[in-house]
Design a protein around this ligand. Structure first.
Ligand code: NAP
Length: 454
């Protein structure tokens, strides 16, 4: 495919880019290395000032950035505009709190004075996915730049213009040349960067194979990594919840971003006494969603980002069916241009169906009936993933049992899983390691320096 902007609603290619040559990559690396030496000495207030300016640019031009995201990866325009605005919140959060999160921490010891000082590491390589083409980058970059690191972005090959727009935002915001650069490169060029002594660390948001490749190469070079990988989040529905509002939330949680979110709810685990009612209402609400042009405000679900993603999703639905699952609605590939896929609901998925353990990256929900809470938690945990989870109940004991028992980086009670700059974000098991956002996120790419004075 190469590096190209292809409109998922029409299949038309509207821009192509040549990957950087070895010489061009070397120039950018040298610039990043040089920029780090100046940036690390800048004060927090200077960095905060530039981040606040970036926030203003994002807010003022959210329509333009939103339209760019929609045209490259197909999310609805309203959600794309909201994404640009959300990036502004991350910039503001770190502008206002970064210095506090990285202030010296005094710790009593045998010394007359001992403390921890947080210092930047250097150029950090960010390998990012297309699904939230702005947000994924800003949630890495805002804390990284505030901490005094510099950023090098290898974005997904289908969102090159988003990648270039992000570099432009940081430059216009006042960050010196080289503090944030986009590298238009292909995945196979990442290893060269990870082997380069000037790259201090790496973060990857994306699929498991990509995470494995980047983390193992970085590990060989003894470089710190953060991995934000896939998820198959459980959504537990227990009898004390209000079913109508829960169904509404469930449909929203499955179809966010045209179903292509790592923290979308993918497995709906429902207690048997309310299962039939949930299934009927959920299926009817999914069926009523409007599939269509992502630029049209009436559209609920736009096309999937690439033709390959649609083929893979449809193949998963067919494999689920073949192994005994029921397709309650959807499951048919629409004719015509664009990577459209209808809202689809699967039930009765046997545990020995491989799809049971896979991530469904599109508007396809899996429903499960369970006898009680213990079975719900057991089923929720029967997954290689452990990113987010959402539990719907008004019973305090059930809440506590889920908070303790679910193997995930996040448990949301009576709410849809979402990222928030104030709260840590990340997973366990094969959903990755490390955390983004909050005080914990900004401390991932720093030298935690212990200082001991006699
Ligand atoms: P992907 O294929 O892994 O791509 C992600 C990024 O990794 C792209 O920039 C890609 O570049 C690059 N890449 C792929 N293979 C690589 C390799 N061997 N070495 C170095 N870089 C490599 O993932 P995707 O299909 O774009 O995104 C979907 C996945 O991301 C889903 O599993 C989703 O759950 C996960 N995700 C996780 C989070 C989270 O926060 N946990 C958030 C969003 C998405 P090219 O585009 O050039 O191939």
């Amino acid at each position: 495919m190469g590096i190209a902007s292809i409109n998922p609603a029409t299949g038309q290619t509207f821009a192509t880019f040549q990957p950087l040559s070895a010489d061009e990559m070397e120039k950018k690396l040298a610039l990043a290395h040089h920029a780090f030496h100046a940036h690390r000495k800048s004060c927090f207030s200077q960095r905060a000032h530039a981040l606040l300016r970036a926030a203003e640019i994002l807010e003022n031009e959210s329509q333009r950035f939103g339209a760019l995201m929609t045209s490259e990866m197909g999310k609805t325009l309203s959600s794309a505009v909201a994404e640009a605005k959300k990036c502004a919140t991350a910039c503001r959060y770190y502008a206002e709190n970064g210095e506090r999160h990285l202030a010296d921490e005094v710790i009593s010891s045998s010394a007359s004075r001992s403390f921890v000082r947080y210092q930047p590491l250097g150029p950090v390589l960010a390998v990012m996915p297309w699904n939230f083409p702005f947000w994924q980058v800003f949630r890495f970059a805002a804390p990284a730049l505030m901490a005094g690191n510099v950023g090098l972005l290898k974005h997904a090959s289908n969102v090159p213009q988003c990648a270039l727009a992000i570099e432009e935002i940081f430059t216009r915001a006042g960050f010196e040349e080289g503090i944030f650069q986009t590298l238009l490169i292909e995945a196979h060029q990442v290893d060269t960067l990870l082997d380069d002594g000037r790259i201090a660390a790496a973060t990857l948001t994306g699929s498991e194979p990509a995470g494995r490749s980047v983390a193992s190469r970085a590990g060989r070079n003894i470089k710190k990594t953060v991995l934000e990988l896939g998820g198959s989040d459980p959504f537990l529905v227990l009898p004390s919840t209000d079913l109508d509002s829960t169904v509404k939330a469930a449909v929203g949680a499955r179809t966010i971003n045209n179903g292509q979110s790592c923290i979308a709810a993918k497995r709906f685990i429902v207690e048997e006494t309310i299962y039939d009612e949930f299934e009927n209402k959920f299926t009817a609400t999914m069926k009523a969603l409007q599939l269509g042009d992502p630029m049209d405000p009436a559209t609920d679900i736009g096309p999937l980002a690439t033709a390959k993603i649609r083929e893979e999703l449809h193949d998963q639905v067919l494999r689920a069916k073949k192994t005994g699952a029921k397709v309650l609605i959807g499951g048919e590939m629409p004719a015509g241009p664009g990577n459209y896929y209808p809202p689809t609901v699967l039930s009765d998925i046997p545990r020995d169906s491989p799809v049971f353990y896979e991530e469904l990256f599109g508007p396809v929900a899996m429903l499960f009936r369970v006898c009680n809470l213990d079975e719900a938690i057991e089923l929720a945990n029967d997954s290689p993933f452990g990113l987010g989870s959402s539990v719907w109940t008004n019973d305090a004991d059930e809440m506590e049992a889920c908070i303790n028992g679910i193997e995930a980086g996040q448990v949301f009670i009576n709410g849809q899983v979402a990222s928030d700059p104030r709260l840590p974000f990340g997973g366990v098991k094969r959903s990755g390691f490390g955390r983004e956002l909050s005080a914990i996120g900004i401390r991932e790419f720093v030298n935690v320096k212990t200082v001991w004075c006699k």
